[in-house]
Design a protein around this ligand. Sequence first.
Ligand code: SAM
Length: 219
Amino acid sequence: MTKTVSVNDEVASYLEEFGVTDLSVYERSRKATIEEFREASVLQITPEQADFLKLLINIGGYRNILELGTFTGYSALSMALAMGKGGRVFTVDKCLRATSVARKLWGHYPIGANIELMISDAMDALEGLISKKKEFDFIFIDADKINYINYYQLCSKLLSKKGVMVFDNVLWRGDVADSSKRKKYVQQIHSFNQFVKQDGRFTTSIFSVGDGMMVCQSA
Ligand SMILES: C[S@@+](CC[C@H](N)C(=O)[O-])C[C@H]1O[C@@H](n2cnc3c(N)ncnc32)[C@H](O)[C@@H]1O
């Protein structure tokens, strides 16, 4: 028997009412995203996931964050707000249309000045950061899932000693656990989960927050 609560619509609204610290940023961001993309607002992390990232950032005292997959800026802003004045977020996305919504959102918050956006393919950006010997203590990966193994390999070169990498969507609506539902895309995520497990370089856990978040911590 499972002990995990399945999040139906009622539980989701209960969580929004009692489980999330601040919905105002999400609401503003969601509205702007829907205006530009309609249903594509499902690409954003949930407020519950934003709180989970905030918790990890606060516990670890992280101040230098890399994000792959900016979209319309909600996750980057949530992480910048979690760190406060002394923190920086460097975020990468190849989509000009989505990131112009992000820039407008960040403009509403003084902390938005602590977010640096790079419009680029994520792999190119990572190669560049590695060649410049950059280091980050928290890396959030939420770009194309097909490249998750590549992102894992490259981001591990950019991670500081006690740093953490977090990957979103690793449960893909639960489909990863059912081999009959593993279409190509889901199979790629499953292969990534298998790869990380056998790699063993990090202490790794998967949390069923949102669409499933994997946390990899340097040993
Ligand atoms: C799921 S959305 C990110 C959502 C965002 N983290 C949030 O919570 O608001 C994925 C984003 O990754 C970007 N993306 C996908 N493949 C990419 C690539 N190869 N390089 C850079 N960005 C990529 C897409 O343009 C999209 O904006």
